[in-house]
Design a protein around this ligand. Sequence first.
Ligand code: CA
Length: 233
Amino acid sequence: MAQYDEVILIVEDDPQIRNFLCYTLENESFKYFSTGTAQGALNTLVSEQIDLIILDLGLPDFDGLKVIEKVREWSDMPIIIVSARDQDKEKANALDMGADDYLTKPFSATELLARIRVAFRHYFKNPTTQYQTEAQVGELKIDFEKRVVSLSGEIIHTTPMEYKLLSLFFKNTGKVLTTNYLLKEIWGTAYGNDTQALRTMMAGLRRKIEEKPAQPKYIITEIGVGYRLIEDK
Ligand code: CA
């Protein structure tokens, strides 16, 4: 008996990785379809009811980015990118185009399932939880009504920009937020290119919230892509 009702589409041309993905999902009793081409993906999306896509970017017929573009014309279903280690720019592009998350090869079954869980949770978020008044990760807590951040019960003095940044992360716990996205959200399009300003602000914020700012445990750096607020296990 299937444990989940959600149906996942696997798009990966490397047979070894595809088998691994299928095997992992099967073990968790997910229903899934799998294909090795972008065209195969688009065909399956038309013929089947799919709830989430695991998408390799380097496909033999056309670019995985094109699949994201097409899907986003009619659906906001979660899309998780699978990419090679040296594809930082592609990963960031895919996220900016509307992908929800990514996995870097090689990845473990645990990582894969964690990403799927986060993606579904954000997708099926109960509308009432969008109006939650506070959120917490580990000892770090934010109160959206009072606009106050605290660590182990102690109030942390944040600048308005830092607060804005933190609240973005808390609204997207477990999700990677790209540098591009953060710049646009914090500074708007006019100043949307100043990655150094974001790095500086992140360093300042980490000094306030992290015990060891050089080894952050709350907001981790996703090299070449952006940042992610880790979720409680
Ligand atoms: Ca590939």
